[in-house]
Design a protein around this ligand. Structure first.
Ligand code: SF4
Ligand code: SF4
Ligand code: FES
Length: 400
């Protein structure tokens, strides 16, 4: 067996025979086979906390319910989920009822409504009215945890995903849990806010509406948005993102799971930097002899000029197609020009290094692929030439 080939075990889930890698959990085996087992605290790239208990399943021979996120598969194991076990159904309904005892149920004003696991699982695994008549425990409703993230303590279900992210991924440990029982709450120290370069990621990880982005709260309901899969252009890591668009404007950005690239993390610069793509922040026209003109007028005026630039700067954010056209244009039309790629590097903190690449160049590999030289030294040469005023006409391609 090669190192890549994992030893497999055979088990049944709800009577269906499946195979799963030895050492994986029942939850992972079920996901692999397309069988749903609900989960809140489990995340594939965080340690197992096993605290929400919603993933319970029956395992033949086991004296009690097992949590699927923390039970390893065994050869010959027989597992029953809510689909075939009334005991599992009852246990999951009880967990939902317990989690919702003190929940404020302010879905009508909650940003998570419409994509909330608490709402979804309530309908799927409980769907009965609350029997809780007493006064609910009240907690903070809009507590800033740092520059980007705000907490609604009453909505938190104590899954600890946010705490584990700051402990295990960024290593900054700003978040902790204070108090006990139904008074438990997520908190930061007064002198240590949640302010690491990946801090907005905790909002994506929160399965409910407890954590929200300070700048994007209440800006829309999710059902008015179109969710578009995209890639962050902030650096060459190329984090996978989901962009929420409403009325042709970006109203939110969240990480899209990609085990190979960004797991489910995003840096704050990339996430909140998406605002530069708002229509009002983009180049929409030109300047002609000091006067503002539309893009069409600028292009028409440009096409009538009989000039040839001697210096060309290419943005490292160009698409492969743009680089291809630029190369053809330079080779066949401009011919005798110096070409520089606007490539810059920055130094990164240890937390940034988890995700961020040192370049500001989403596609510098594309420039290299088409034979352009990409280095900071080379770009500085171009800037020196520009500063010396040797070039009468300069062509800039791209926005950055
Ligand atoms: S967290 Fe979910 S269930 Fe709670 S108020 Fe928000 S949408 Fe409703
Ligand atoms: S704030 Fe969200 S992610 Fe953090 S423990 Fe509460 S529910 Fe979980
Ligand atoms: S997902 Fe298994 S205990 Fe929370």
């Amino acid at each position: 067996m090669s190192a890549d080939e994992k030893e497999m075990v055979t088990l049944t889930i709800d009577g269906r025979e499946i195979q799963a890698p030895k050492g994986s959990t029942i939850l992972q085996a079920a996901q692999r086979a397309g069988i749903e087992i609900p989960h809140y605290c489990y995340h594939p790239h965080l340690s197992i906390a096993g605290n929400c208990r919603i993933c319970q399943v029956e395992v033949t021979g086991a004296p009690k319910m097992m949590i699927a996120c923390h039970t390893q598969v065994q050869d010959g194991m027989e597992v029953k989920t809510h689909a075939t076990s009334s005991a599992v159904k009852a246990a999951q309904a009880a967990v939902m009822e317990f989690i919702l005892i003190n929940h404020p149920l302010d879905c009508t004003v909650c940003d998570q409504a419409g994509h909330c696991k608490l709402q979804d699982y309530h309908y799927e695994y409980n769907a009965r009215p609350s029997r809780f008549l007493e006064e609910k425990v009240h907690k903070v409703k809009a507590e800033p945890l740092g520059p980007h993230v705000i907490l609604d303590g009453e909505r938190c279900i104590m899954c600890t995903r946010c705490i584990r992210f700051c402990d295990e991924v960024t290593g900054t440990s700003e978040l902790g849990m204070i108090n006990r029982g139904d008074r438990s709450m997520i908190a930061v120290s007064p002198d240590r806010p949640l302010d690491n370069p990946l801090s907005g990621t905790v909002v994506d990880l929160c399965p409910v509406g407890a954590l929200t982005h300070r700048d994007w709260r209440f800006n829309t309901r999710i059902w008015y948005t179109k969710q578009v899969d995209s890639i962050c252009p902030g650096c060459s890591t190329g984090c996978n993102v989901k962009v929420a668009v409403r009325d042709n404007k970006i109203v939110g950005v969240k990480a899209r799971l990609n085990d190979e690239v960004n797991k489910e993390w995003l840096c704050d610069e990339g996430r909140y930097g998406f605002e530069r793509f708002l229509p009002e922040n983009r180049l929409s026209g030109g300047l002609l002899e000091g006067k503002e003109v539309s893009a069409e007028e600028a292009i028409t005026a440009l096409s009538k000029l009989d000039i040839k630039p001697s210096l060309v700067f290419l943005s490292p954010d160009l698409l492969l197609e743009d680089f291809f056209i630029a190369k053809k244009f330079i080779e066949n039309v401009l011919k005798d020009v110096r070409v520089y790629v606007a490539y810059r590097e920055r130094s990164l903190s240890d937390v940034e290094k988890i995700l961020v690449s040192p370049d500001y160049a989403a596609n510098f590999k594309g420039a290299e692929y088409f034979g352009f030289t990409v280095s900071e030294e080379n770009y500085n040469e171009g800037l020196k030439e520009l500063a010396a005023g040797k070039a009468e006409h300069v062509l800039l391609v791209g926005e950055r």
